[in-house]
Design a binder for this molecule. Structure first.
Ligand code: HGA
Length: 607
């Protein structure tokens, strides 16, 4: 959420700041702004809405400063108006902020009592005014920031620009990531290294609690106690930092189509294709001794975890509990001894998931992180990291990260089953052979795109859509409904097919499309009965199945999407493709902002 950029450049930098912010657009935002130094003095330009609005303002009133901070805001405190957009400032300092200052109310009261005047409704403005007060009392910028940081509660990333200080930026990280880019005679700051790909390939990641003093010569980093520390300079290949849509209309489409390759990459890491076995990194615990598993995550990652629940229980006969991270973190769940906790997060920065990880560690659990960003906070705090290796995902609605999470979790579940002695060596070979087929099966599934595009025309007219599935296809029904809601804004619900009679059947009428995800498997007949119940009430069915399922399901008012035959274990990976394409094509027809749907952010770093 939010994008932070800072540049100490050799010439005017406003344009570069906007370009860098554009590379962070995928995180979701509702207003934007920039502060530069014009003839040594702070100048600020802000605009509601998209970056092009800020661009237009800057075209009318150009900023020529060589030092700047910029921001895209996803509002948490105060409406997404120009007045609330960042940077916020006092007389001597401007600040941009990602996160929430939890104790802002008391700090605000204290400042008001001292005569301060607030111009916005944000929590951020207290930071600007606190630092400003210190500066006006005669402290240096570093002293002022150093005095204020310990007073701020919450999770945040901050960047400061100071009046009269053309060769200085200060940045601080507590909970939200920040990367520093080192150039020659120029220095950069970004809330994600992606923002800096055009400028440099030398990146330093701030660690939790760090704050940094940036000049054109480089950076001095201090830890939470104020001690000067060294953090490694990482060479990040430019290609890894470049992002474009290729020949696709949207990042989401590109990422859907990338899945066969991405999954191949993930399996390349976790499977020994020759030996037909799973190969995990060295584990900090004995897999054979794991007595129970608790999984926690949010949104799409939660549904990947819900699929994995079935796999762990079936392959390893280990009891699994699964929780929404925002509930888990406050429920004070007792975590049984001998258990492990698996946390799943694309960005590795999801605030609730991170808090759940910390809770599980406090309870003495070993924590396994399934993440896409290996440098993320969750990855760094976990006992074991299983990277999903999906590559950069830009579309706010997750696609390839979901299936790469599934691929990673499937590998882990098979390894656990083997270690527990529930799966024989032959079982492992058979399952690995099935997994290896996924990229090919996904390529076949992508061929359904034109058919799905046609089908989406009628779906786009629906008010509500129901998704049904059983077994591992139940979490997929939840994911299908979530994806449709996220990007088309059509109301959708996912249900376990067996739950239909217990309530949602009341919604069925001729106007209600029902997407049924049902490959021919051991529960197929049960699902056909549920489809009959829908058809009997005039509901329109879209059945996603395989040739055998298509042959056996004879239900009125039905359209079929037919995928190749495959092992039931890999079905959730492959069936994800039509589920994603249904949402994608529907949203495109409806003309929504597919890559940056309203109100959503890519990496949810606030509670
Ligand atoms: N709390 C600040 C910053 C919001 C944010 O970080 N969003 O991700 C505000 O509301 O302006």
């Amino acid at each position: 959420m939010c994008g932070i950029v800072g540049i100490l450049g050799k010439g005017p930098v406003a344009e570069d700041v906007i370009d860098a912010l554009k590379r962070l657009e995928y995180r979701g935002y509702d207003s934007a702004g920039i502060a530069t130094l014009e003839n040594g003095h702070l100048a600020i330009c802000r605009a509601e809405g998209k970056l092009r609005n800020l661009d237009q303002k800057l075209a009318r009133h150009p900023l020529k400063g060589h030092s700047a901070i910029g921001h895209t805001r996803w509002a948490t405190h105060g409406k997404p108006t120009e007045r609330n957009a960042h940077p916020h400032s006092g007389k001597k300092v401007a600040v941009v902020h990602n996160g929430i200052i939890e104790n802002f109310r008391e700090l605000k009261e204290e400042l008001i009592a001292g005569g301060a005047h607030f111009l916005s409704e944000t929590d951020t403005e207290v930071v600007a005014l606190l630092v400003d007060r210190e500066l006006r009392a005669g402290r240096t910028p570093a002293e002022a920031v150093g005095a204020v940081l310990p007073r701020l509660k919450g999770a945040f990333a901050l960047a400061f620009l100071f009046d009269g200080e053309d060769d200085l930026l200060i940045a601080a990280r507590k909970g939200s990531p920040l990367a520093i880019g080192l150039g020659t005679g120029s220095t950069y700051l970004g809330s994600d290294a992606i923002a800096l790909g055009e400028f440099t390939d030398e990146i330093v990641y701030l660690e939790e609690g760090d704050w940094a003093i940036l000049t054109r010569e480089g950076v001095e980093i201090r830890d939470v106690d104020g001690a000067v520390v060294t953090r490694p300079v990482i060479k990040v290949p430019a290609a890894a930092l470049m992002v474009d849509k290729g020949n696709h209309r949207h990042f989401m489409a590109k990422e859907i189509y990338e899945q066969p390759e991405a999954i191949g990459h993930t399996f390349g890491h976790y499977l020994d294709l020759g030996a037909e076995t799973v190969t995990l990194p060295d584990l900090p615990f004995d897999l054979a001794e794991v007595a129970n598993i608790s999984i926690t995550a949010c949104g799409t990652a939660l549904y990947a975890g819900a699929v994995a629940e079935y796999w762990f229980e079936r392959f390893a006969r280990i009891p699994v509990s699964i929780d929404i991270a925002s509930e888990f973190r406050y429920r004070e769940t007792p975590l049984p001894k001998g258990g492990i906790t698996i946390v799943i997060s694309q960005s590795g920065e999801t605030a609730d998931t991170l808090a759940s990880l910390r809770y599980a560690k406090e309870q003495g659990q070993k924590v396994v992180a399934v993440v896409n960003v290996p440098t993320s906070t969750i990855a760094r705090e976990a006992d074991l990291v299983l990277p999903i290796l999906a590559g950069v995902e830009i579309g706010v609605a997750s696609t390839k990260a979901f299936t790469c999470q599934l691929a990673t979790l499937a590998s882990f579940a098979v390894a656990t089953g083997r270690a527990k002695g529930v799966l024989s060596q032959e079982d492992e070979h058979r399952l690995v052979r099935a997994l290896i087929e996924v990229p090919r099966l996904m390529t076949e599934a992508l061929k359904l795109s034109p058919e799905i595009e046609l089908l989406a025309r009628s779906l786009s007219k629906a008010q509500d859509v129901l998704y049904l599935g059983r077994g591992t296809n139940y979490p997929l029904a939840l994911e299908g409904a979530l994806k449709l809601k996220e990007i088309s804004y059509i109301h959708a619900e996912g249900y376990a097919a067996g739950e239909l009679k217990h309530g949602p059947i009341a919604l069925i009428d001729e106007k209600m499309p029902v997407v049924v995800i049902a490959p021919y498997d051991r529960v197929f007949d049960k699902t056909v009965s549920n489809m009959e119940e829908v058809a009997a009430r005039g509901g329109r069915i879209i059945l996603v199945t395989d040739p055998k399922g298509a042959e056996l399901a004879h239900v009125a008012a039905m359209q079929k999407l037919i995928l190749p035959e495959m092992s039931a274990t890999v079905a959730p990976l492959v069936y994800s493709i039509p589920v994603q394409l249904i949402a994608y094509h529907t949203a495109v027809i409806m003309g929504t902002d597919v890559d940056q749907p309203r109100n959503l952010a890519k990496s949810v770093t606030v509670e």
